[in-house]
Write a protein that binds this ligand. Structure first.
Ligand SMILES: C[S@@+](CC[C@H](N)C(=O)[O-])C[C@H]1O[C@@H](n2cnc3c(N)ncnc32)[C@H](O)[C@@H]1O
Length: 261
């Protein structure tokens, strides 16, 4: 089946009730900000919609896999995967309002479950999902990270906690798929941290600006490839080209590079 048609971050937004970007990007860290936003916003896709990266995620997911999406917000990613015959999807967010909206949308879709869940403390058993997927949710934890080469401890701790939870709920050969702005040289030290048994692979999509689809298969780590934040390799350049990016995507990206606000 073809992917469903969705509105995107760079597409028409008026019909979706989309909100203006907040004046202060630190609001992205507040649950109350998201609840208020989702009272109005029916649908918004961060970092483009499923049609742009469908081919990159479907190769990691079997129709019978148990899939968990975290930080889903008002995205239609889970419904789009469901239309592609992925049959068991638990779609979650910290925002009660977002989850109420999901429950309304999932009526008549057996196998689609909506649940409130904090990515930092998932209410699920160990090894209960074959796939964990997120789009733009982990990036939120970087908005106050400061220097990306030396992230603030609070931000780094949130990212580590999220990764530990995703790793915990995955089956021994499960895959964590993360769709993000964050470039590999910034993400690798987190993904390859001690205690995480997956290894990092990634592909890109997008035109003038590239987004990343990371796939981390549990149990595949090569111990010789462990890195630390101190060993990160400097990039050739920070991509400042953003004319074709949605303005709010750019706001989030500005927390992920070394530019000043
Ligand atoms: C940038 S939006 C991305 C939404 C959606 N995944 C998309 O691609 O359009 C970040 C989402 O993360 C959610 N979120 C923020 N902190 C969270 C947490 N600790 N646990 C779960 N969700 C969280 C927000 O409510 C929001 O829906």
């Amino acid at each position: 089946m073809a992917a469903g048609t969705t509105s995107t971050g760079d597409g028409p937004a008026a019909s979706t009730g989309r909100q203006d970007p907040p004046a202060n990007k630190l609001l992205y860290l507040r649950p109350s900000y998201w609840d208020e936003r989702f009272e109005e916003e029916q649908h918004y896709e961060w970092f483009k919609d499923y049609s742009h990266f469908r081919h990159l995620v479907l190769k990691h997911i079997k129709p019978t896999d148990k899939v968990l999406e975290v930080g889903a917000g008002s995205s239609r990613l889970s419904e789009d995967m469901y239309r592609d015959d992925i049959q068991h999807i638990t779609c979650t967010d910290l925002s009660k309002v977002a989850v109420e909206r999901m429950r309304e949308r999932f009526v008549g879709l057996p196998g689609m479950v909506a649940a409130e869940a904090d990515m930092l403390n998932l209410p699920f058993d160990n090894e209960s999902f074959d796939v964990v997927i997120e789009k733009g949710a982990m990036d939120v934890f970087f908005v106050d990270s400061g220097d990306p080469w030396n992230p603030q401890p609070e931000a780094a701790n949130r990212v580590r906690a999220m990764l530990a939870e995703a790793h915990r709920v995955l089956t021994p050969t499960g895959v964590f798929i993360t769709i993000a702005f964050g470039q590999p040289h910034f993400r690798r030290p987190f993904f390859e941290a001690e205690g995480l048994t997956w290894s990092m692979k990634y592909e890109t999509f997008g035109d003038s600006f590239h987004y990343f689809v990371y796939s981390l298969v549990k149990g595949t780590k090569d111990p010789s490839k462990s890195t630390s934040l101190q060993n990160a390799v400097l990039p050739n350049a920070v991509d400042m080209e953003h004319e074709n990016m949605d303005s709010e995507d750019y706001l989030l990206k500005s927390g992920l590079s070394d530019e000043e606000d």
